[in-house]
Design a protein around this ligand. Structure first.
Ligand code: ZN
Ligand code: ZN
Length: 353
C-alpha cells in the first residue's frame, strides 16, 4: 500500500483558523522568526516534577532478527506492505535500507487483523534476506487515544492494542504513534492519552516499544511541544515508562515552531532537557513544504523544502543520534524506488560529511 500522501492524514488542519503564515512572517521580520524557535507559552503544559526526572531506559534492541552489524547507519524509508508484510523487506532492500517502517494493516481503516504463523514465517524469512536492522510499525491514523468521546476512545484503545500485538508478533522494535486530538480540553486530553497508553501496554506485555511521535499541532492535535510529550510520559508509571520513547519527525517539529534549520543546537538541547535524548527511539526525516510554525504537515524531498539541507547534514553527522533509526516519509513521485534511493543517497552523503 502506498504512503497515502505526503500529508499525514490526522495532521491536516481541521477548521484551522490560522491564515497561512508565510506572508505574515515576512512582514514581521526576523525577530518573530527567532521567537518561533521554541513554541509559544500558550502550548506549554504544567509539568509534574517527575516529568523532569529521567528513569534510565534499558538498552533498546531495535530488532530481534540476527542481522550482521556491517552497516552502522540505520537509515531507510516508510515502506509499502502491498501484497503482504513479507513484501516490504525486499522493497526496503531495493533502496539500500537498513531501517524500515511499515503499517501492519490498512492505516485509514478500522478493520483489524491478526498476524498468523505463515505470515510471521514469511516476514521473518524476508527480513533475514536483507540488511535491515531496525524495524518499526506506524499506527493507524484513525486512532485517537485522547478523545473525550467514550465510544471513539474505547475503539481507539482496542485498535491500538491490536497494533501493539501485531508489532510484537512480527518482532518489530517499536510502534510509532501520533498523540491524539484533545477536542475539549488540552490537559484532560493529555491525561486521557497517557491513561490509554498505560492500559494498552498493560494488555500487551512484550519487548516492542511505543514511540510517541511529535506532531505539527494543527487543530487540537497533542504532541506539538516537547513539554506535552514529556507530560504524557510523566503520567505513565515508571515500570511501564521504560517501554515509552519518542519519535521526532523533522517536518512536524519545524511546522510546530522548532527552527531546526537555523537553530539546530537549541532545538536538540531543548529536547534533551524536556524529554531526554535517551528516549529518542526513531526519527522521521522529512523536509517541509510548509513554513516554520505553520502547523501544517506537508512533507517535502530532503533538502528541497523550507528546512533545507543544513539541518539534515547536522542530523546525519550528530554522534548523539547515530544509533537512532531514521526513516524518510518523503514524496515518492512517480518512481518510489528511484526517488527513495535518491533521498537515502543524499542522506548518506550528508553523513559522510
Ligand atoms: Zn507528517
Ligand atoms: Zn507519523
Amino acid at each position: 500500500m502506498p504512503w497515502p500522501s505526503s500529508t499525514c492524514w490526522r495532521d491536516r488542519p481541521t477548521g484551522d483558523r490560522r491564515p497561512a503564515t508565510g506572508d505574515r512572517r515576512q512582514a514581521t521580520g526576523d525577530r518573530r522568526q527567532k521567537e518561533r524557535v521554541i513554541p509559544s507559552e500558550r502550548q506549554r503544559v504544567e509539568e509534574s516534577p517527575s516529568s523532569r526526572k529521567r528513569d534510565s531506559v534499558p538498552p533498546f534492541r531495535y530488532s530481534r532478527f540476527p542481522i550482521p552489524d556491517s552497516r552502522p547507519l540505520l537509515l531507510g524509508a516508510h515502506t509499502s506492505i502491498a501484497g503482504g508484510t513479507h513484501e516490504a523487506p525486499p522493497r526496503a532492500n531495493a533502496i539500500g535500507a537498513t531501517a524500515m517502517q511499515i503499517f501492519t494493516k490498512m492505516a485509514n481503516r478500522w478493520a483489524e487483523r491478526e498476524c498468523e504463523a505463515p505470515e510471521l514465517e514469511a516476514f521473518s524469512a524476508a527480513v533475514a534476506a536483507t540488511d535491515l536492522r531496525a524495524l518499526n510499525a506506524h499506527d493507524s491514523y484513525l486512532i485517537n487515544l485522547a478523545s473525550p468521546d467514550k465510544v471513539l476512545r474505547a475503539r481507539s484503545i482496542e485498535s491500538f492494542v491490536c497494533e501493539l500485538r501485531r508489532c510484537e508478533a512480527l518482532g518489530l522494535g517499536a510502534l510509532v504513534s501520533h498523540p491524539g486530538n484533545f477536542m475539549d480540553d488540552r490537559a484532560s486530553g493529555l491525561a486521557r492519552n497517557a491513561d490509554a497508553i498505560v492500559e494498552a501496554l498493560a494488555r500487551v506485555p512484550g519487548k516492542a516499544r511505543l514511540l510517541l511521535e511529535t506532531t505539527a499541532g494543527s487543530g487540537t492535535a497533542l504532541g506539538a511541544t516537547f513539554e506535552e510529550l514529556a507530560a504524557i510520559i510523566a503520567r505513565v508509571p515508571a515500570r511501564t515508562r521504560r517501554r515509552v520513547g519518542v519519535c521526532i519527525d523533522t517536518a512536524h517539529i519545524f511546522a510546530a515552531g522548532y527552527d531546526i534549520a537555523r537553530d539546530y543546537d537549541a532545538v536538540i538541547a531543548r529536547f534533551d532537557e524536556r524529554i531526554g535524548l535517551d528516549r529518542l527511539g526513531a526519527m522521521h526525516l522529512n523536509d517541509s513544504k510548509a513554513p516554520l510554525g505553520s502547523r501544517r504537515d506537508r512533507h517535502e524531498l530532503i533538502g528541497e523544502g523550507a528546512i533545507g539541507e543544513l539541518a539534515f547534514r547536522r542530523i546525519m553527522t550528530d554522534e548523539r543520534l547515530t544509533e537512532v533509526p531514521k526513516v524518510i516519509e518523503t514524496p515518492k513521485l512517480d518512481d518510489p524506488v528511484k526517488t527513495d534511493r535518491r533521498m537515502l543517497g543524499r542522506l548518506r552523503r550528508f553523513a559522510a560529511g
